[in-house]
Design a protein around this ligand. Structure first.
Ligand SMILES: Nc1ncnc2c1ncn2[C@@H]1O[C@H](COP(=O)(O)OP(=O)(O)O)[C@@H](O)[C@H]1O
Ligand SMILES: [Mg+2]
Length: 212
C-alpha cells in the first residue's frame, strides 16, 4: 500500500505549516519526499522551482546540504563533539573555511539562546537545549526551508512550547519556510497553517478554509 496517495500540496516561501495525523498516516514520508531523502513512486516534488527527479545524486545532496535543514525527534547530535562543533559540522561537510565556520556556528548558537553552552557536549545539555543545538545546526547555512520531524516528541510541554517559539521566530526574522510533523495539539493550535494527514491522504488543510 502506498504511504501517500493523491497528495497535492504547495507550500509558499516563508510559510510555517504543521503536518499532523495519527502514527502511520504518512507524516515522515511526506517530509522525506519534500527533503529529497526519498523518491516518490509516482508524482513529482519541486523545491524552489526545481523538479527533484531531474537532479542526479550529487546535485540532490548539494540541494539538501545548501537549501534545506533537517531536525529530528532524537536530536541526532554527534556525542563527542561540543555544541559549537555540532553546529559547525554541516559547514565542514560543505568545505567552508574554519574561521567562517566558527563565526557562523557561534551566531547560530546565539540565535537559539545557547551562546553560553557552546563548549558543552550533548550529554551535558538538557533535552530542550539539545534540540536547540540541533535547530542551530539545521539553520547555520541559512536554508530556504527547515523540515522538522516530531521535533518536540521527546520534550515536556513547556520545553516544546519554547521550541515552537524559536521556530516561529526563525520564520519571522529570516523568512525560513518551516514544515513540522507533529501530533502535539498544543503546537498545531499555534501554527499559522495546519495540515492533517489520514491514511496517506490530506484530510484537511487550514489554508483552504475560511478564516476563523
Ligand atoms: N521505509 C518504508 N518502507 C515501506 N513502508 C514504510 C516505510 N516507512 C514507512 N512506511 C509505511 O508508510 C506509512 C506511513 O509511515 P510514516 O510516514 O512513517 O507515518 P508517520 O510519520 O505519520 O507515523 C506507514 O504505513 C508505514 O508503515
Ligand atoms: Mg513519523
Amino acid at each position: 500500500m502506498p504511504a501517500l496517495r493523491g497528495v497535492d500540496l504547495a507550500i509558499g516561501r516563508g510559510e510555517l505549516v504543521t503536518v499532523a495525523g495519527p502514527s502511520g498516516s504518512g507524516k515522515s514520508t511526506l517530509l522525506h519526499l519534500l527533503g529529497g531523502l526519498d523518491e516518490p513512486d509516482a508524482g513529482r516534488v519541486f523545491v524552489d522551482g526545481t523538479d527533484l527527479a531531474t537532479l542526479g545524486e550529487r546535485e540532490r545532496t548539494l540541494l539538501r546540504r545548501r537549501r534545506l535543514g533537517f531536525v529530528f525527534q532524537t536530536f541526532n547530535l554527534v556525542p563527542v563533539l561540543s555544541a559549537l562543533e555540532n553546529v559547525e559540522y554541516p559547514l565542514l561537510l560543505d568545505g567552508r573555511p574554519a574561521g567562517e565556520r566558527r563565526d557562523r556556528a557561534a551566531e547560530a548558537l546565539a540565535a537559539v539562546g545557547l551562546a553560553a553552552r557552546s563548549g558543552h557536549r550533548p550529554d551535558q545539555l538538557s533535552g530542550g537545549e539539545r534540540q536547540r543545538v540541533a535547530i542551530a545546526r539545521a539553520v547555520v547555512h541559512a536554508p530556504l526551508a527547515l523540515l522538522a520531524d516530531e521535533p518536540t516528541g521527546n520534550l515536556d510541554s513547556a520545553t516544546a512550547a519554547g521550541i515552537l517559539d524559536l521556530l516561529l521566530a526563525l520564520r519571522r526574522e529570516r523568512g525560513t519556510t518551516i514544515v513540522i510533523a507533529t501530533h502535539d495539539p498544543a503546537l498545531v493550535a499555534r501554527s499559522p497553517r495546519r495540515l492533517v494527514l489520514r491514511d496517506g491522504r490530506i484530510e484537511s488543510d487550514s489554508a483552504g478554509e475560511a478564516p476563523r
